[in-house]
Write a protein that binds this ligand. Structure first.
Ligand code: PLP
Length: 391
């Protein structure tokens, strides 16, 4: 008999499974469950994009592409970033097409982290930064962002957490799960702390297009002097409702992109070809579709925030992504207790806030990338639940 505990590495055994999935595995076995759980658009990928994918298959484009991705796609990515944000990248040396933003995050961390290097991770935040850091031999250092600071990273917090081992700062904005964003002014204050250091930045801007305030998104690389130390991660999953196509990208300094491409080449070879052809169409012709989806999310955002507030819960107003992060501390139970009881008693699936780091304790994450009818029914059930447990 093989003892698999001896076979699997210590590192992989010490990494906990994602707290997001845990609830859905249970929910999937139950009937009539309403979910506000998954961070995935309920829209189908816009038709023009699907058609471009189908057309590429019809034409028999079923080969590997260049390791870094189709040059035509990289050029479109760079055009898009220039057109939207005024930041210019060279398609040949500063862009890499990856299997989702997820792969880009993993590659960047593995390419810059040596054993013992510290990675600053503002939390609550997406679940992959810490495990990727850990697998790369690095040490994740959480920085708690607070509701009273609008879940932003403050420059003084950053300063306090920098040591001589700090190698990388993750900037996870617009944020999953809080919906918090950083304005240009906020980013400038962060840049001020980083100037004169060698600290690199991984700016996860996968929700950059989903902003609901008039200022809109600023890539960290657009801030004076930050381009040379920043890898921007973006992708097609959220903006274009393309989660299943598994396509993302990284933009950054040529030596870093070159290293990431090397790792990508050995691990992946090239990102899915059909998806790459479809993505060219997304960037070229789907601004209107994105605008329409964003308008719909915005409507749902207001609806769900109002819903939680009218239950008497404190609910931060998210300005980006498609999540709300209401505070459930007043009910005297932990996030996990809340999520478990809610699932058992009212058949609503939400994600406990502590899945996104300890500082998420006392909150739950609800996605509003669901139909209004779905949200309405979920809110009715949650309100009943909250009423029952209110102190
Ligand atoms: N970054 C954040 C903040 C996310 O929420 C997600 C997905 O939920 C990802 C990255 C990865 O997305 P994908 O790999 O589908 O591009």
């Amino acid at each position: 008999m093989i003892n698999y505990e001896k076979i699997l590495t210590d590192k992989i055994q010490q990494i906990p499974p994602s707290g997001i999935r845990k609830f859905f595995d249970v929910a999937a076995t139950m009937k009539d469950v309403i979910s506000l759980g998954v961070g995935e658009p309920d829209f189908v990928t816009p038709w023009a994009i699907r058609e471009a994918g189908i057309y590429s298959l019809e034409k028999g484009r079923t080969y590997y592409t260049a390791n870094a991705g189709l040059l035509e796609l990289r050029e479109e990515i760079c055009n898009y970033t220039g057109r939207k944000y005024g930041v210019e990248y060279d398609a040949r040396t500063e862009a890499l097409v990856t299997v989702g933003g997820s792969e880009a995050i993993d590659l960047m961390i593995r390419c810059v982290i040596n054993s013992g290097d510290e990675v600053l991770v503002p939390e609550p935040s997406f679940v992959c930064y810490k495990p990727c850091t850990y697998m790369a031999g690095g040490v994740p250092v959480p920085i708690e962002t607070k509701e009273e600071d609008n879940f932003r990273l403050l420059p003084e917090q950053l300063r306090e957490h920098i040591t001589d081992k700090t190698k990388l700062l993750i900037l996870p904005f617009p944020n999953n799960p809080t919906g918090g964003v950083m304005s240009r002014k906020d980013l400038e204050a962060i840049a001020e702390v980083l100037r004169g250091t060698d600290i690199m930045v991984l700016s996860d801007e996968i929700y950059g297009e989903l902003r609901y305030d008039s200022e809109g998104h600023t890539p960290f690389s657009a801030i004076d002097g930050m381009r040379e130390r920043t890898v921007v991660v973006n992708g097609f999953s959220k903006t274009f409702a393309m989660t299943g196509w598994r396509l993302g990208y990284a933009l950054g300094p040529a030596p870093i992109i070159k290293a990431m491409t090397k790792l990508h080449q050995y691990g992946i070879m090239s990102s899915p070809t059909t998806s790459q052809f479809a993505a060219i169409e997304a960037l070229r012709s789907c601004d209107k579709d994105v605008e329409n989806m964003c308008r719909e999310y915005n409507y749902r955002r207001r609806y769900i925030v109002d819903g939680f507030r009218s239950m008497g819960l404190s609910c931060f107003e998210p300005l980006g992504a498609f999540y709300v992060f209401p505070c459930i501390k007043s009910l005297g139970m932990t996030s996990e207790e809340f999520a478990e009881k809610l699932l058992q008693e009212e058949k609503v699936a939400v994600v406990p806030g502590n899945a996104f780091g300890e500082s998420g304790e006392g909150f739950i994450r609800c996605s509003y990338a669901y139909s209004v009818e779905n949200i309405e029914e979920a809110l009715t059930r949650i309100a009943r639940f909250v009423e029952r447990y209110k102190k």
